[in-house]
Design a protein around this ligand. Sequence first.
Ligand SMILES: Cc1ncc(COP(=O)(O)O)c(C=O)c1O
Length: 409
Amino acid sequence: MEAGETRFWEAIRQDFPTLAQQVHGHPLIYFDNAATSQKPKVVINTLSNFYEHDNSNVHRGLHELSNRATAAFEGARQRLASYLGAPPDTIVFTRGTTESINLVARAWGDANVGKGDVILLTEMEHHSNLVPWQLLAGRKAAILRFVPITPEGRLDLEKLDTLLEGPVKIFAFAHISNTLGTINPVADLCSRARRIGAVTLVDAAQSAGHKPLDVREIGCDFLALSGHKMCGPTGAGVLYGRRELLESMEPFHGGGEMISSVALTQSEFKAPPHRFEAGTPAIAQSIGLGCAANYLDEIGRQRIFEHDQELAFHACSVIEQIPGAKIFGPRDTRAGVVSFVLGSIHAHDVVSMADQYGLALRGGHHCTQPLLRKLGVPATARASFYFYNTPEEVIRMGEVLRKIHAFFA
Ligand SMILES: Cc1ncc(COP(=O)(O)O)c(C=O)c1O
């Protein structure tokens, strides 16, 4: 990394108070960013400012605080819209990717998927983009199909046209695999699905904070993201939906805020996106997410992507020097997620011991049990990077992993 670039990232790192701590007597190395990212001061301050000065419920007040809260909340919607290249009324605030996908599976799926219809997924999906479709398939007697993965950990796209034959109603897939680091060619997948009239959903949980994302360029019908993985607070996420589809959909949850009028036996509903936001939303968190989107754009998402990728390549070269190490996922183009095993040492042992050196990894199935079965391992250790991580931390990870290997050997 060039000196100027190194200084730039060092300065950015100062924005993250959590990173400046010792864990078990060692400087914290936080490599669990695929699970959740750390939060910059500007996002933390946005939350505390909201609670200190503007705290009020949105939409229903005619007083100053409520007006301020509403303006900030709707401002965050506009910010997320421009972040995704979408009109504001196509941005539904949810609790995160999981809730966004469940919303589509219920509100769109129940009305559009029937007996014998096909729901196309891939073998690398997170449980969040698998279980809601299993439930839908169960309710409707629909059929689940899966795009297989190649031994290298990419989607086997030669099989895609055959899999898209017949009554395929929806094709839902991850943009970036949280286990393999594979970056899927989302625009191509969407255009191939569109040719046969299937609706598409992109699970952008791992990409939204890590690379440029524009729903017009991707050409998807739905896109789901989680704020907490992109420097935002927990409890706030987004569902983008193409306007015509959102307008055609019945509500997901019923309650306050999503209605235009209510009688004792029936109700009329607001237009999207408010139709899908029943009850008090995650106001402060959504405002915090808007702030996080600003923060990421100020750094530059392409720059973030290149930094993550560089750390991932560096990590692969460090890990593969350890005897018995096996890395999963593509070796050329990949995102900042590296899953590996160290011979027969259980991933939980690797991760627990790494923690004693202040190194936060994740070990387990990463909510992708079917994928791990396919890979033939019960669990992997996973290092996942973000822009505040450094090459020195990757080198330190190599030292710690060598110690762990030596201990078990
Ligand atoms: C690819 C992918 N999809 C979905 C999710 C679920 O995200 P959340 O738990 O924020 O809803 C995750 C979380 O790790 C993920 O990595």
